[in-house]
Design a protein around this ligand. Sequence first.
Ligand code: EPU
Length: 339
Amino acid sequence: MKTFENYSLLNNNTFGVDVKANYFIEYDSVDELQSLLRSDLLQESKFMHIGGGSNLLFINDYQGVILHSQIKGIDAVEGTRSKVVLRAGAGERWDDFVEYCVSKNYGGVENLSGIPGEVGATPVQNIGAYGAEVRNSIVAVECVNTKTGEERIFTAKECQFGYRDSIFKRELKGKYIVTYVHYQLCKTGWTPNVDYGSLKTEIHDAEHATLKDVRNAVLTIRSRKLPEPKVLGNAGSFFMNPVVSTAKYGEIKLKFPDIPCYIVSDTEVKVPAGWLIEQCGWKGKSVGKVAVHGSQALVLINKGGANGLDIINLSDSIRASVRDKFGIDLTPEVNIIFG
Ligand code: EPU
């Protein structure tokens, strides 16, 4: 276990915001986490847990303890001729896990290549990209209760996954810490899932595509559209794609016939927030030290030295424009921490 006092979080949030936490503690095992939770420091302080910091925006210094998992390891815990279940430590880098699966020829998570962050965060916000969501692979999530220290295993059903959502973001927010995630992958019978618009275009021979081809295509598209956080601070999509009623969508379409959508149900559609933001003239626009990315309007970037308030102010201006023009409220996807 490692404990740091008065710790700069600059390298622990991909927005590259320079804030401090009173304490930053990294633990290596479930036992260490349980003893930490019983310690006077944690009993007496406010605390939060972070993963790779790729979906976080700190507005102020954090007056408390930040926990970070260093629980590592990827092990096969179950297997049949056609399937395998891998148990991965919450502190593993997500993309290392995807690369491992692809190298072993285990199919299921390759569309989620290149997503920043760590294994422990994947069930919390049900990461998704290019026509896949991690809920389709997760079979169980091992957790520790932050109050009692007790271990509990959640089945996929108990996680109540939704679009960028799970029970860990709602009723159980702050109540459990993820320690291991179990993913079920295909050993045989895998077929590529390349229906998503830009992926279809990138893969020329979908019928013969291998896991590696899909991974490479996804990495190529991502590098074209999404800025590399080490170069330009960002947290991927800043907003969620809003879900609106089909009736409301119909009304907006009368005025804006090109408005795209994805069908969610008989009564609801999802509208790409990037399109709405672009239509309001924000794509590529800079305001002081922050900007809207020029290749994907859903991504806000720190051009260098911005603080959390600069980013929130830009986000508020964008939300106001989208509300005025389309009558749609955008909800941040990024977790905003006021400190
Ligand atoms: N679009 C625009 N202008 C833009 C961006 C997008 O008009 O500047 C429109 C286009 O119509 C495009 C459509 O939006 O066809 C969809 O764009 P894209 O494929 O880039 O996907 P997205 O809906 O903007 C979502 C996820 C991304 C994920 C991509 C690819 C959310 C909030 N975002 O973005 O996830 O990588 O799909 O699957 O659901 C993240 O969560 O951090 C993230 C990057």
